[in-house]
Design a protein around this ligand. Structure first.
Ligand code: RM4
Ligand code: MN
Ligand code: MN
Length: 431
């Protein structure tokens, strides 16, 4: 149960009061418009209110590139401060009630205590992310040769042990998913045998899989490049699904929007993975060139809509259980991370809401009749609808802000934290 939310609820309500008449007006008008299309706006609002996406603990700090990081005053530097900032995002936006942790970045002595601390802030935890892509102080062996696929047995053992430790931490945090992304791969042709490195990965991943409790899933995240630039071991959705099929039912695939070659049809990958019951999770961000980790919907909101169109198709036609782990996975290099995550969550929920508006009967009929233009128009009609009033009304219903970023700025949160928190380091890298 939420104890102490970080912002004064009265302040949020006072700001909302000045915007309520306009919202009611816009909601009424959109309701009439949707009514003419046979859609009940309150039903859409109820679905939107039930939708949520996790935020990554590391996203609360300012990111950087491999060239530089420019910290801001008052940014969080440990998991406790990160949770506070995530609670601000949730209090205002009401779409991000869970935080996805990363280990060892978020290591603490007492995980049950951490779970209580989060609950008091109105938060729970989501998928645990293991980190075997960089070395940590005091680590026995280096990941310089890779981790789960390293040629060195003692490195593979260390990576397996770390993943098993993440499962144990996750149990204490009340989580049931382990996300495994590895940085393993090569920078030169010939550097490693492409077949044998996958064999080593499969063998090590099976040991992690064997340690999963009955109700847990292992989410395999593929990525085409970076930090390895010639080949990666789990490079694409093909490798991911083959591995997941070999490991077993509890292994699923996780799609990160930025982890593909430019122009790849990601919505089709979503549909394919779902077809075989292997779609386990999705990392939201946006990209112009590669794994840019830009804010969701900032570059290509139409792609986000098309992805959600497939996710809703999947939800309506579940193959076995459909329980995708949704998470924002971004690096906020030039904005206040709280503002970026508020804006990104809104873009994600908007894409979801628009996809809910697709007239699926009309779409299917047009597809069956090979009426290309009307099939496209079924999507277009949904995409061009401004769903802003539905999102705002859903937020208000849950105690959030109508204008989240204005409310955040009015709260003076970051300036206050700048007085209290120690300064963040400027080391280059994602955290
Ligand atoms: C990777 C991948 C993982 C994330 C790390 C920080 O590119 O997207 O999901 O945990 O970055
Ligand atoms: Mn990711
Ligand atoms: Mn990534």
């Amino acid at each position: 149960m939420a104890g102490d939310l970080p912002l004064a609820q009265d302040d949020i309500e006072r700001l909302n009061a000045g915007l309520t008449d306009a919202l009611d007006d816009d909601y009424g008008s959109l309701g009439r418009q949707l009514g003419r299309r046979g859609i009940d706006i309150d039903g859409v609002k109820a679905k939107v209110a039930g939708f949520s996406v996790a935020v990554p603990s590391w996203g609360a700090g300012r990111g950087g590139t491999r060239f530089a990081k420019f910290p801001i005053a008052g940014e969080p530097t440990n998991i406790h401060e990160k949770l506070e900032d995530c609670a601000v995002i949730q209090q205002l936006g009401r779409a991000t009630p869970r935080v996805s942790p990363h280990f060892p970045w978020d290591k603490v002595g007492d995980y049950r205590g951490l779970r209580e601390e989060a609950a008091a802030l109105g938060l729970g935890f989501d998928a645990v992310n293991s980190n075997t892509f960089q070395d940590q102080p005091g680590q026995a062996v280096s990941y310089a040769t890779g981790s789960l696929s390293s040629t060195r047995a003692e490195v593979r053992e260390q990576a397996v042990a770390h993943n098993i430790e993440c499962i144990e931490i996750g149990r204490q945090l009340g989580v049931t998913d382990l996300t495994v992304w590895i940085g393993d791969g090569t920078n030169f042709p010939g550097q490693q045998d492409l077949g044998r490195s996958l064999d080593r990965y499969l063998d090590a991943a099976a040991q992690v899989y064997a340690a999963l409790p009955g109700d847990w899933r292992m989410l395999i995240e593929h990525k085409m490049f970076e930090p390895a630039f010639y080949s990666t071991v789990i490079s694409d959705w093909g490798s991911s699904i083959l591995v997941a099929q070999e490991l077993g039912d509890k292994a699923k695939c996780l799609v990160d929007l930025g982890h593909h070659a430019p122009n790849v049809n990601i919505e089709q990958i979503v549909a394919r993975l779902h077809r075989f019951g292997k779609l386990g999770g999705f990392h939201f961000n946006d990209s112009k060139y590669g794994d840019d980790d830009l804010d969701s919907g900032s570059i290509n909101p139409h792609q986000l809509f098309l992805v959600f169109n497939e996710l809703i198709e999947a939800e309506m036609n579940p193959r076995g259980e459909f329980r995708p782990a949704y998470m924002i996975d971004q690096s906020h290099n030039v904005t206040d991370p709280i503002e970026s995550m508020l804006s990104s969550a809104e873009a994600i929920v908007a894409a979801y809401a628009k996809a809910l508006l697709v007239d699926r009967e009309a779409l299917l009929a047009a597809q069956e009749a090979n009426d290309t233009m009307m099939a496209f128009q079924a999507l277009r009609a949904a995409y061009r609808t401004d769903v802003t009033p539905i999102l705002a009304a859903a937020r208000v219903g849950a105690g959030g802000a109508i204008d989240t970023i204005a409310a955040y700025r009015a709260s003076g949160w970051r300036d206050r934290k700048a007085q209290e928190r120690k300064a963040a380091g400027a080391a280059a890298g994602i955290v």
